[in-house]
Design a protein around this ligand. Structure first.
Ligand SMILES: Cc1cc2nc3c(=O)[nH]c(=O)nc-3n(C[C@H](O)[C@H](O)[C@H](O)COP(=O)(O)OP(=O)(O)OC[C@H]3O[C@@H](n4cnc5c(N)ncnc54)[C@H](O)[C@@H]3O)c2cc1C
Length: 566
């Protein structure tokens, strides 16, 4: 595909709602301080400082000249983003962790810059409190602008309500990756591409990468690789700590451990944020009196962990833990065949949503059966009646969130009331929401729809009379609890309780002798935090607290001389 030259007219400052914070200018004193850690790099007119889809060398501070930042998509369109001059710096949040650039930067005339590689940039953010805060805020706001503008990421082409499109959209959104969706029915670019690739039904969605490469119905992992999200592991690297799971517990462990000087890697099979990332509004997390979405809370933690230098790998599934420690390190076997090695392991793999026993449930997953309620699903049920199953807090939050979008929510609960399973504030809110109807002593019996099509109808069964009634419903939300994600621990000697939750501390003392920490499992050096841990409180606050707490035990186990001084 040929690339068109960008219109030289850059976006006006008014295009960026927080322009001053997104593109701040550094003072000469600040630049003078940064000279100690940077290297001078010069560019001639038209030379690229960094390119979309390639790992950039770090952050550039412009000393003289101008750089045009443009966004390029796989169709050959080039869109101007902004022009930056002396005193301004070029980077976005991905540069903290050697991720690929999402935009192009091209010299306009001769340009002299100070290049600060990622490791020194991270050190600067930590060492220079005020300057670090301004730079960090700018890096985050730049990513937010790219996400809001759908700029700099892959273009998905497919019917907006197809399960493949929705699945990839949710994956990209949950991972903070900008992307853009084209509907083949209405968009010319999409129509041209379809004519060229003649996709079969199984090829949807097509995904067009910035370099013009086209993927047919890629898995999340294939897309992540094509986007440069997954890095290759250095064969001889042994981390101090490997954390499995990047929900609140795993991210908290990463932030505290990395900020206290330990080398940390974090793996997650899907997205940062875990279950909390699916929460529309967390109202009981300390310090957020107006509530905060789980995604917003955990995105902050994700950026914070990267600022302190944690290596985060997403999406990567840990298939097996080998505790033999033949060469002194634990070995974590990954789904792509790679092996991660670490001197200690923190199990933070949380829990996975439970699938109730409903006829044809799997058939309609992604086509009307949902286990979370994000803005993407909310849009799909705009002005429709939906059924939501569950009587716990997560069900309550989802019902309140969806009530702003759907015409009516039928909230189906197995028991005869909400009092024992839901917080009082949520019960009050549900009772005050006119379009939520509570249906007690009831369960979903069966689902129906055409073979390849969406959910069209479901049957509810009264648990008191056994009577069944049909409803025309296209969206069913299930919030019926979760089981621990511990299958990858089988055979490694880590004890679990009858429910499959990992036992720690006194619970497994008998089997393993004296333990140093209440968070240590039956295998010395393997710790467990958050929802996956037997006896934990299954709350965001609890998970984060345990992540902070486990770091002292890690220091103890690793015999680290640099204990935190508080
Ligand atoms: C919809 C919803 C709303 C909620 N609302 C609230 C609320 O308002 N307040 C509150 O306090 N709590 C709330 N909770 C509960 C809260 O989200 C959890 O207690 C919290 O997320 C637990 O954190 P965690 O890190 O222990 O585990 P999780 O959040 O479950 O994260 C575990 C992570 O591990 C990853 N993982 C699992 N297995 C593997 C593997 N083998 N390899 C790699 N990665 C793996 C998963 O992909 C996941 O990202 C809510 C939960 C849900 C589902």
């Amino acid at each position: 595909m040929s690339t068109t030259k960008a219109d030289t007219k850059m976006a006006p400052a008014a295009f960026f709602p927080r322009y001053e914070q997104t593109f701040p200018e550094l003072s000469s004193q600040e630049i003078a301080r940064m000279r100690r850690i940077g290297e001078i790099a010069t560019y001639k007119d038209g030379e690229k400082l960094f390119e979309t889809g390639k790992v950039g060398p770090g952050m550039f501070v412009i000393l003289s000249g101008h750089v045009a930042i443009t966004q390029r998509d796989g169709f050959g369109h080039v869109t101007p983003v902004i022009d930056q001059g002396p005193g301004q710096f070029l980077a976005e949040i991905g540069q903290l962790s050697d991720r690929v650039a999402l935009v192009d930067g091209e010299a306009e005339g001769d340009v002299e810059t100070l290049l600060i590689p990622p490791d020194r940039l991270r050190a600067l953010l930590v060492a220079e409190a005020d300057l670090g805060e301004r730079i960090m805020r700018a890096l985050i706001l730049r990513r937010v602008s790219l996400i809001q503008g759908g700029a700099g990421g892959p273009v998905l082409i497919g019917p907006p309500d197809s399960s493949g499109v929705i699945g990839l959209q949710v994956f990209l959104r949950r991972n903070g990756c900008p992307h853009h969706l084209l509907d083949p029915k209405v968009d010319h670019d999409a129509a041209d591409l379809i004519a060229r690739y003649s996709p079969q039904p199984a090829d949807w969605p097509l995904v067009v990468m910035a370099d013009g490469a086209v993927l047919r119905n890629p898995s999340e992992s294939e897309l992540a690789r094509a986007m440069g999200m997954i890095r290759t592991i250095a064969k001889d690297k042994v981390y101090d700590v490997a954390v499995v799971g990047s929900g609140p517990a795993g991210l908290s462990t990463a932030v505290y451990a990395a900020s206290e000087g330990l080398t940390v890697t974090v793996c997650d099979s899907r997205a940062f944020g875990g279950q909390a990332g699916a929460s529309a509004r967390i109202e009981n997390y300390l310090g957020f009196p107006t509530g905060i979405s789980g995604l917003a809370l955990t995105a902050r933690a994700f950026n914070q962990a990267q600022k302190f230098g944690a290596d985060i790998m997403i999406p990567v599934v840990v298939k097996e833990l080998d505790c033999a420690r033949e060469d002194g390190a634990f070995a974590l076997k990954l789904d792509d065949g790679d092996v991660l090695r670490a001197r200690s392991v923190v199990v933070a793999s949380g829990a996975r949503y439970r699938r109730p026993d409903i006829d044809k449930l799997e058939h309609f997953e992604g086509r009307g059966v949902w286990y979370w309620a994000s803005p993407i699903e909310a849009k799909l049920c705009s002005q429709q009646e939906v059924v939501l199953v569950g009587g716990g807090n997560s069900a309550g939050q989802a019902a309140v969130f969806l009530s702003d979008h759907a015409k009516k929510i039928h909230m189906v609960i197995r028991g005869g009331g909400l009092g024992s399973s839901m917080s009082r504030y949520l019960i009050e809110r549900i009772e005050a929401t006119p379009n939520i109807e509570l249906v007690f002593n009831t369960e979903v019996a069966a689902l129906d729809g055409t073979k390849e099509g969406p959910l069209e109808r479901l049957w509810l069964r009264s648990r008191l009379s056994g009577e069944e009634s049909g409803m025309d419903i296209r969206n069913l939300f299930l919030f019926v609890g979760a089981d621990p994600a511990t299958e990858w621990l089988q055979g490694c000697g880590v004890l679990v309780d009858r429910g499959g939750f990992v036992m720690t501390g006194a619970g497994c003392r008998k089997a393993a002798g004296d333990l140093t920490s209440t968070l240590e499992t039956s295998v010395p050096g393997v710790f467990a935090v958050g929802d996956v841990r037997s006896g934990s409180v299954k709350r965001v606050g609890g998970a984060i607290g345990e992540g902070a707490q486990v770091v002292a035990a890690l220091h103890h186990f690793l015999g680290d001389a640099q204990k935190p001084t508080l």
